[in-house]
Design a binder for this molecule. Structure first.
Ligand code: ATP
Ligand code: MG
Length: 135
């Protein structure tokens, strides 16, 4: 069993409970267990740390603005091969390139507003779960 970090981004939370519920149902249907769940407004320092690998890139400032623009839904998920399975479920970073039926295909707007986050690998999952939940 492996853990990973999943996050529903602010534009989806702002759109209301229907989209949050639909996305969590997709995750659940894919065999994940939700072992932590919280709606939170993340502060700038935390988000700068969370997305620290992107510091200095052209989109970094707008990424930090976006993720701090409103509450997000923070989720710890467990499943066999959870990291890879969740990345497959969410689809490519750019919703225009995301496979049909993935979360970003169905709910993403643009590469900048792409609905959800999922940890890229097991080390990132551990780091992100530590930052968000103190696990
Ligand atoms: P995430 O880490 O949010 O799950 P990802 O791993 O698919 O996304 P990353 O390369 O880690 O993609 O980029 C982090 C986030 O930065 C993206 O989800 C997106 O919101 C934003 N981003 C990435 N590339 C661009 C870009 N070229 N222009 C605008 N925003 C971008
Ligand atoms: Mg990433």
């Amino acid at each position: 069993m492996q853990s990973t970090y999943f996050m529903i981004k602010p534009e989806i939370v702002a759109a209301g409970e229907q989209q949050i519920g639909a996305i969590l149902a997709m995750v659940n249907r894919s065999g994940f267990r939700i072992t932590r769940l919280a709606m939170r407004q993340l502060d700038r320092a935390l988000v700068e740390d969370f997305y620290g690998e992107h510091r200095g890139k052209p989109f970094y400032d707008s990424l930090v603005e976006y993720i701090t623009s409103g509450p997000v839904v923070c989720v710890r998920l467990e499943r066999e091969d959870a990291v890879a399975a969740l990345r497959e479920l969410i689809g490519a970073t750019n919703p225009a390139e995301a496979a049909t039926g993935t979360v970003r295909d169905l709910y993403g707007t643009s590469i900048g507003e792409n609905a959800v986050h999922a940890s890229a690998n097991a080390d990132d999952a551990a780091r992100e779960l530590g930052l968000i939940f103190g696990d």
